[in-house]
Write a new protein. Sequence first.
Lengths: 118, 113
Amino acid sequence: AAGVIQSPRHLIKEKRETATLKCYPIPRHDTVYWYQQGPGQDPQFLISFYEKMQSDKGSIPDRFSAQQFSDYHSELNMSSLELGDSALYFCASSLGARNRRDLNTEAFFGQGTRLTVV
Amino acid sequence: DQQVKQNSPSLSVQEGRISILNCDYTNSMFDYFLWYKKYPAEGPTFLISISSIKDKNEDGRFTVFLNKSAKHLSLHIVPSQPGDSAVYFCAASAGDSSYKLIFGSGTRLLVRP
């Protein structure tokens, strides 16, 4: 079965550069979530989108922005990169953020993008 | 201020025995709980979930127990298998309109053959 696809898998950037991470959700999933996992830390929620609209916002820096496109894929744009942005960035998708008790709307994660800022 | 806590960073059990992973939470608004398993260099994989209206959910070798009064949940794996060796994350969410998952710090399970 198709899973959540993230690209690239690995990315090396220099300080103050920009980076764009892409996420392709499971087909028919309309909700996308972004998480950041720093070294030795638990995953931290950044932002989510439902039907191309931002549905929730977590600890996402102002230097980061994200959007969900008409085909439901999402991009996380990161500018003025800092060393502390080095982390694993996970995208997850689910179906229907609102009726999760009726539907099996557990979030399924991609394999992540490892961003290294040097 | 961690809202979801996994106080045991690691656990080692013998193959065939029961593995019990624990998770505590502080936010009484949490009403949906999930366990994810994570292998190195892979994204978390959904294992099992439980709604706050239940106190137990079972799926094969995996059972999750929820004690709302104690704000505690646990994942039981029986019998444990070497392939279960991974990092297990507890996660929680609150409210019908949000699927923001709050993760614990994870417990690394090692199942010894």
